[in-house]
Design a protein around this ligand. Structure first.
Ligand code: CZF
Ligand code: MG
Length: 196
């Protein structure tokens, strides 16, 4: 099965390829080049739909299967930040490093070494002009330092429930077994089974 992935995030692209070993994953940039999709909706779901729908419309192929992912980390005790703004927490062109530094300084402002946090992933599928969405979550603790090199984004600051190491330290197999993206993708596969 060929899936067009409406994402430019290298970490996500790698994860989708690992999580869907039997699918041919083609990124939208390989087909359409650099396109900017403004993520101006007020929810993960709104932005996920906008990304998948924009790419589906540009492909002009009714039979294309387009999948997008809008995701982020939410820390309830700092006003649910960064949430849908996770990719641009420290500014429009912020790197993972900049975003992590901002989250660390927000925790330090509140004198918190750690706080409850969760990741959300919304996956949108567009196929034959219909839109489908599914969600997945992963709960844990965010700490005020980065440990480990694995994963991407906020992973070196995130300790999943049931573990005492960050996703930067744990083998990817751990994240793969229960991450927000894995859970959403398993539901997305069920949707594809029904609609294809
Ligand atoms: O440590 C992390 N482990 C994860 O598993 C994860 N999933 C999402 N995130 C964060 O949330 C932003 C998504 O924002 P986002 O959905 O708009 O994606 P993006 O802008 O990076 O790429 P695109 O898919 O939109 O092209 C990302 O940049 C990351 O900061 C994660 N961080
Ligand atoms: Mg984005």
């Amino acid at each position: 099965m060929k899936i067009v992935l409406a994402s430019g995030n290298k970490g996500k692209i790698e994860e989708f390829k690992t999580l869907l070993p039997s699918c041919e994953i083609v990124t939208y940039k390989e087909l359409l080049g650099d396109i900017e999709i403004i993520e101006d909706k007020d929810s993960f779901k709104g932005n996920a739909i906008k990304k998948a729908q924009s790419i589906y419309d540009l492909l002009k192929d009714e039979n294309a299967i387009v999948i997008s992912d809008d995701s982020g980390i939410t820390v309830p005790c700092i006003n649910n930040e960064p949430g849908i703004y996770s990719a641009r927490y420290a500014g429009e062109n912020a790197t993972d490093k900049d975003n992590n530094a901002k989250l660390i300084s927000k925790l330090n402002d509140k004198k918190l070494e750690k706080a409850k946090a969760y990741y959300t992933a919304c996956i949108a599928i567009v196929y034959k002009s219909e839109v489908y969405t599914v969600h997945g979550w992963m709960h844990g603790t965010v700490i005020n330092k980065q440990i480990g090199e694995g994963g991407f984004g906020y992973d070196p600051m995130f300790i999943p429930n049931g573990y005492d190491k960050t996703l930067g330290q744990l083998p990817y197999e751990v994240k793969k077994s229960f991450s927000h993206r894995t859970k959403a993708l398993n539901l997305a596969l069920k949707v594809l089974e029904v609609i294809l």
